[in-house]
Design a protein around this ligand. Structure first.
Ligand SMILES: Nc1ncnc2c1ncn2[C@@H]1O[C@H](COP(=O)(O)OP(=O)(O)OP(=O)(O)O)[C@@H](O)[C@H]1O
Length: 809
């Protein structure tokens, strides 16, 4: 299953070269696979996957429920099974396609597999980030838990698209951001150009108005659809004429957008501009203009004006027979109105001839008849009261008689015969033009894609302008200065507190502590949202952003009961964690918000600790918000682990003030939970008792590991300080553009920072500087492939080994 966007599967495929491609019969028509030239889908598939066989499979075999059952039955029963099943549950197209594949193998190739014998994996498109559906929901990427008002989800925040194509692309880009820096940089260049060149931006915006909300993708699909035999002739003609008129407007709009891009310089904008121009467009316009009247407006369906517009839409002299048929229609119409006039004169009544429900009727005001009866010649009489209204027509019939005569019925019938002839001949004419359009579909599809991309770029440019976002750069570190949560900022830009973030291979596992409501989850989500925004090519809410492009964003957040999957909250948490442990790589961003709260505290802590250890070993970038205070106490000594906390202050009467500011190190135990409970009005004696218990437990805990912790903490501080300096020195070696003097100043600053951070660890003496220099030289020796001969005096051999393994990353 390589794609969840098309119901297409390859069987017995060598890498990237399928031997058979199964397509759903409804997408190509019954015989179109055999006559492949008729189906755009089939010819495209063959273009890309020659010499594959394309087989049409009945729609009923693309069954997602059956597909999941099949996978559940055949997939290997290993530790990853639950996680894989969980991901697949939300991949409707992939599992429906799997069902078609198993049906095909079973019925056509008579291949049957043993249960639990197949290794099945779900792969995302190359060059994109993997975002699991629950993560998308938790991060409120496209929908928000509190309604879909503007700015409540990332999609609605960024969406100022002017076309449906653009909006669809924005949505899919948010759900599947890119991980290819080159493509992203192209988008960013385009945004930067539009930000600097307001003329082009405004020109594009106004050129989009001429698109008048036309959804090109849907229009092209409708044009490609063959005639439905059950559709009435007049509707078919009306539909086709309307499609041709819309495509004509769309091509004029494409041309306007093309000219609006005049002068654009960035590579993406110039490519898009080229995609908006093709000689085929002129062929379509000429075919339509030569055959269809310029000023046809089909109007409201069912009205006489709409019918006449349809009848006279094809220009005269294009088809002789059509001209004759229209003449016959006109003569019959004249006869019919003459008949109506005759009734008026004969009976001396103001009778009018009205078009209702696709036929002509006679009508007369009830008051005009006075006390007399309607003449006998008038049949099928309907009398409408003062509020009467013909439901099927806007014609107000209140206070009127509606009737007909035998002669009028005959005229109507003749008119209908003439009409049938007109529609038949018109249909032939519009179908001929449709063939020209179908021959040019490919450049129109390309133009549609270009418009969608341009719309996305303009939408992201608007967001950057309105919210003062900045252009991110892409490196190996995730460094954000004064970053803001985009959705919170949109809610209230006055109160938003910005935060700095720094994650690198040396600081890849970050634990964040803090009381409830202190802003932990928001901090986690802010990082994920900014990484996703950068992945879709958007500017981001920060003063500076260096982004490491991720291959996926995985998250586990609280309170996600998944009722439809019949899993308890804890079971779901474990299934998600299992997915994270299976799917994360050193390039994945993992967001963990409270793990292990659904079970006993000791089990919860044990699980949280073990999961953390495994993630530290696998090296994804992890941000873990937790209430387990011991977690950071124990884990902070491991390489790559950083501890953070949300800063808070407590007022005179024990109120808690949240500052929403992230600070380094562990939080000081202040029993915020108890303070919150007090604010919530818990009785005094209950609180006193809780204080006594908590104090007892705290001193018991601290007594046991205090001295060990202190020792280990010193080691950790030393190691982290050295690793941090080494990381910075490496960056200098790679990217430094400073002159000699500035470089010396920077190095001296690094040195004093190091000395400062070593204070209290037994390394802050004057010899440190020379020891550190020795350490740096050890590192540079390693670079030049000379093995270090000795470990510096100020670290133990164990420590030196640990440094070596950390540095060899
Ligand atoms: N950076 C910020 N600037 C301004 N307000 C913030 C910020 N971060 C969080 N908040 C406010 O604080 C509220 C609580 O934040 P959040 O849910 O992130 O806290 P939490 O520590 O995760 O709480 P809990 O542990 O109960 O889940 C948010 O709804 C928001 O209104």
């Amino acid at each position: 299953m390589s794609s969840d966007r098309f119901a297409i599967l390859s069987t017995y495929a060598k890498k990237d070269t399928p031997s058979t491609i199964l397509v759903c019969s409804t997408s190509v028509g019954k015989n179109q696979v055999e006559q492949s030239s008729k189906s755009l889908l089939v010819s495209r598939l063959l273009e890309y996957h020659k010499p594959a066989n394309v087989k049409s499979i009945q729609r009923k075999h693309f069954n997602d429920i059956k597909g999941l059952d099949n996978i559940d039955n055949f997939i290997l029963k290993d530790v990853t099974k639950d996680a894989k099943m969980m991901v697949l549950r939300s991949k409707y197209y992939a599992v429906a396609a799997a069902s078609a594949l198993f049906s095909y193998l079973d019925s056509v190739q008579t291949t049957v597999f043993a249960p639990n014998s197949l290794s099945i994996s779900y792969q995302e498109h190359k060059g994109t980030m993997f975002i699991e559906s629950q993560t998308a929901q938790d991060l409120e990427l496209t929908t928000s838990a509190v309604g879909n008002a503007h700015g409540m989800s990332l999609l609605s925040l960024l969406d100022s698209c002017l076309s449906q194509m653009g909006r669809r692309l924005l949505r899919s880009s948010i759900l599947q951001p890119l991980s290819d820096a080159k493509i992203i940089e192209n988008r960013l260049d385009a945004i930067q150009e539009l930000l600097l060149n307001a003329d082009i931006l405004n020109a594009i915006r106004s050129s989009f108005k001429s698109l008048k909300g036309i959804d090109l993708d849907k229009l092209l699909m409708a044009i490609s659809k063959d005639e439905n035999k059950s559709t009435a002739q007049d509707h078919e003609v009306e539909k086709r004429i309307s499609q041709l008129l819309t495509i004509r407007s769309a091509i004029h709009a494409i041309s306007n957008i093309y000219y609006a891009l005049d002068g654009a310089k960035s590579s993406l904008l110039t490519t898009l501009r080229n995609d908006l121009h093709d000689d085929a467009f002129n062929c379509i316009i000429s075919a339509i203009d030569e055959n269809i009247e310029q000023d046809v407006t089909l109007g409201k369906s069912g009205s006489l004006a709409a019918r006449n517009a349809k009848i006279y839409a094809i220009k005269s002299k294009q088809c002789e027979l059509l001209d004759v048929a229209r003449e016959a229609y006109r003569e019959n119409l004249d006869d019919l109105f003459a008949l109506s006039t005759k009734y008026t004169e004969t009976y001396d009544l103001p009778i009018t001839c009205t078009y209702i429900n696709n036929a002509f009727h006679l009508t007369l005001k009830i008051s005009d008849l006075g006390n007399s009866d309607l003449p006998k010649e008038f049949i099928n009489v309907t009398k409408y009261g003062s509020k009467g209204k013909n439901k099927n027509n806007s014609e107000n019939m209140a206070g009127r008689y509606r009737f007909t005569t035998i002669d009028l019925l005959k005229r109507n019938s003749r008119i209908n015969d003439a009409l049938a002839e007109v529609y038949l001949l018109s249909k032939q004419c519009v179908l001929d033009i449709r063939i020209v359009v179908i021959g040019c579909l490919s450049p129109i599809y390309r133009a549609s894609d270009a418009i969608a991309m341009l719309d996305l770029i303009v939408s992201l440019t608007n967001a950057a302008l309105i919210h003062d976002y900045i252009r991110p750069e892409f490196t190996d570190t995730l460094a954000l200065k004064s970053a803001r949560h985009p959705l919170l900022e949109n809610l209230n830009s006055e109160t938003i507190v910005s935060n700095d973030v720094f994650m690198s291979d040396f600081a890849h596992f970050q634990i964040i502590e803090g009381p409830n409501m202190s802003g932990k989850s928001s901090f986690l989500r802010m990082i994920a949202l900014i990484v996703i925004m950068a992945g879709l090519g958007s500017y981001v809410p920060a003063e500076y952003a260096s982004i490491k492009l991720m291959d996926g964003v995985l998250s586990r957040q609280t309170n996600n009961d998944v009722l439809e999957q019949n899993l308890s909250s804890f079971a779901h948490e474990m299934a998600t964690v299992s997915l994270i442990l299976t799917a994360s790589t050193s390039n994945t961003l993992v967001i963990l918000d409270e793990i292990g709260r659904g079970t006993t505290p000791s089990e919860g802590f044990g699980l949280a600790y073990a999961i953390s250890e495994e993630l530290i070993r696998r090296r994804p970038f992890v941000i873990f918000a937790t209430h387990f205070r011991q977690l950071s106490t124990y884990l902070q000594f491991k390489p790559g682990v950083v501890t953070l906390h949300m800063s808070t202050t407590v007022g005179g009467s024990d109120e808690i003030y949240f500052q929403y500011k992230v600070a380094e190190g562990n939080s000081v135990e202040q029993h915020y939970g108890l303070q919150m409970a007090k604010s919530a009005g818990l009785p005094g004696e209950v609180l006193d008792e809780a204080h006594v218990i908590v104090r007892g437990l705290s001193s018991e805990n601290e007594h046991g590991y205090d001295s060990v912790i202190n020792q280990a903490r010193k080691m950790a501080i030393r190691r982290q300080a050295v690793l941090s300096v080494t990381s910075k020195l490496r960056q200098i070696c790679k990217n430094c553009t400073l002159n000699y003097q500035d470089l010396m100043i920077y190095l001296a600053r690094l040195q004093s920072e190091l000395v400062l951070s070593l204070e209290g660890t037994g390394m802050g003496d004057p010899e440190v500087a020379s020891n550190v220099n020795e350490k740096f030289s050890m590192e540079s020796n390693k670079r030049s492939s000379v093995s270090p001969t000795t470990s510096p005096m100020f670290i133990s051999e164990d420590e030196a080994e640990q440094y070596q393994s950390d540095l060899s990353l």
